[in-house]
Design a protein around this ligand. Sequence first.
Ligand code: GLU
Length: 507
Amino acid sequence: MTSEHPFPSPVRVRFAPSPTGTLHVGSARTALYNYLFARHLQGSFVLRIEDTDAARSTPEFERSILDDVAWLGLDWDEGPDRGGDFGPYRQSERSAAGLYLSYAGRLLDENKAYHCFCSQERLEKLKQECLARNEMPKYDHRCGAISSDEAESRLAAGEPATIRFRVSDGDIAVDDLIHGRTAFPAGVIGDFIIVRSDGAPSYNFAVVVDDIDMEITHVIRGEDHLTNTARQLLVYAALAKEPPAFAHHSLIMGPDGGKLSKRHGATSAGDFRQLGYLPAAIINYLALLSWSPPSQREQLSKAEMIKDFEIRRVARSPAIFDLQKLNWLNGLYIRDLDHEAFHRAIEPFLGAAREFASEGQLAVAEQAIQTSLVALAGAREQLAAFFDQRPLAEAKESVELVDAGSERVLELALLRIAALNSAAEFNAAGATEEIEAARLMLSELKRQCRQEKIPPKQMFRTLRIALTGRASGPELPFLLAGLAREAVRQRLEEAREFAAARLRGKV
Ligand code: GLU
């Protein structure tokens, strides 16, 4: 066990999303840090659904969050879908079981909480008055002075009431494994609501009750919760419970320094999934956003991250989302896949190519694009070079073909293709041989062009434009091997006619 383990029992951490949206990469990083921490110390990783905001929570969002966390490979030990000894794992179910009210009842009995009968209008007026004085809005304590007898009779008469926590005087200090100590001076926190008038617990209360009941030892979450932690510590003290250790990690910022949001592009795990990022690359990238292993290596498997993860190596500085770096890592992971795994990963992104390409063509095309893909969804664009040629008349690049040198390249290439005609049809297994044959053909063609003083660059561009109607795309040997032999011949023929007609001014 390491020094960051102040408890004798195994650690228990939780990821506690509110199902009011999809999984943001910031939350995915919170889940990841909890997961790595738990696995590093052989503890438990709990998934708890914080759905007390009934108006905004939906079962669909819950499903999508669980799906995305599972897709990222962060398997949890206890949760709403798999049970455990500390369930239920949805706050709505815990609320229905009266778990929060029993704790609130204790605080009321001990005069550490009181019923508040203030109307919304009064609270709003109070807030505006504070703001006008340039002060943080804070409850003025009025109902704190009501006797319990009076409160009982007003409740019995049906008057709606919330339950407020009575904040004691004194500074509050949050000791944090990442931030060190943060002090909140006395008086900044006013008496806050722990149970709403409809009986639902507030976030700050439900979280403390759950973390106590679920025996959570470490709370790892974003630093936007730091002021909540100050309130939560007061509740722990009032309930005479030892608080867990806290670690608040920095938030993910966009390159402009603002909080990462939709205006920066893809922000949810689901967005990245759809674009064809691999989960291994995403968790690797998210881990490195403010953590690094002692080795300083950048490409790390989940097992390597588990082995090396320590909270004390998590930096406090804001994490800037760097898409270039994620792209770089994703490319590495894509190239590391073996044929079989790449084929499976790319399958959903093949689009129309699946319908008209043979197995053999696809095998070559897949090999061709695996080396240059940033994300799997880019496959469509890259495969277009193979399976969706642009007519030359529509491609602006085709003017380059209108040149005596280019016309000659096409002629020579056609002669070589004709000579290859007797070669057997290739198939998936023969793909590598076919690529080799194409390389050989190109090098012979290059030699011949040199002899005729045609620069190799012109030769390569001519062939690429003739074959695809595009000036960039997969490497030529792949392109030649991946297109059916007859298609190559036909396209070169068309290109030659196109060049010849324009050269002689017929079109
Ligand atoms: N439900 C909270 C959120 O989604 C979790 C906060 C916590 O981890 O305590 O932000």
